[in-house]
Design a protein around this ligand. Structure first.
Ligand code: TYD
Length: 215
């Protein structure tokens, strides 16, 4: 199936750790369903059964020796499986697909923060996703202090699952992630919409709803 002739809408949610995108995505999905839309919710890394197995390698904090390139390829392996198994079939039947993170995450975390570069990430994107990009990306922007505070609070709640590897990165790493997101939004203002993630939940949801309808 080609990625250019799909019928449905594809919306991704992006942001640094703890920005609240997962909650906002759930709220948007509920609203769209209430309108009678067929909605597929997915998340990366994860999504598919195989993707969840790859996720456990990626987020395992004992995997400290995972090389940046191996890490990037695993994120793309996860995404390729998700695109083929869930996303393209859903778009083809006319559904709206909501994804908690997509290739912009790899651009920000591996391309910028790990320093692998945009070109490498986009070359792999062409292979793994055959160029499929969301029509709309909601980037929930929060400052670094808020992001780390929320991530640490969440980590304290994760007891049995060891999923802290990415959250344990240095402050400088998270700074580079945010700077890249802001740069990407500047480069692609038509697709990536920046929404202030520090507002209260209801206000953010209203802004997202308005953006989705406008775009
Ligand atoms: P997750 O527990 O799903 O948290 P979040 O709510 O922040 O999405 O963790 C995903 C982690 O993986 C997060 O730190 C961002 C990182 N990540 C990448 O580094 N590259 C990627 O391509 C993706 C999809 C995620």
């Amino acid at each position: 199936m080609s990625t250019t002739d799909v019928r449905g809408r594809f919306i991704s949610f992006e942001g640094t750790d703890g920005c609240g995108k997962s909650t906002q995505m759930r709220l948007l999905a509920a609203k769209l369903r209430a309108e009678g839309q067929d909605v597929l919710e997915t998340a990366e890394p994860g999504g598919t059964r195989i993707g969840l197995q790859i996720r456990s390698i990626l987020l395992d904090s004992t995997n400290q020796e995972l090389s940046p390139t191996a890490e990037m390829l695993l994120y793309f392996a996860c995404r390729a499986q998700n695109v083929d198994e869930w996303i393209l079939p859903a778009l083809d039947r006319g559904a709206t697909v909501l994804s908690d993170r997509f290739t912009d995450s790899t651009l920000a975390y591996q391309g910028a923060a790990r320093g692998l570069g945009r070109e490498v990430v986009m070359a792999l994107h062409q292979i793994a996703c055959r160029g499929l990009l969301p029509g709309l990306t909601i980037y929930l922007d929060i400052d670094l202090d808020t992001s780390l505070e929320r991530a640490h609070a969440r980590n304290r709640l994760i007891e049995d699952k060891d999923e802290r590897r990415m959250d344990e990165q240095a402050v400088e790493f998270h700074h580079r992630v945010r700077q890249e997101y802001l740069k990407l939004a500047e480069m692609e203002p038509g697709r990536i919409k920046v929404i202030d993630g520090r507002a209260d939940r209801k206000t953010i949801a209203a802004r997202i709803w308005e953006t989705v309808h406008r775009v």
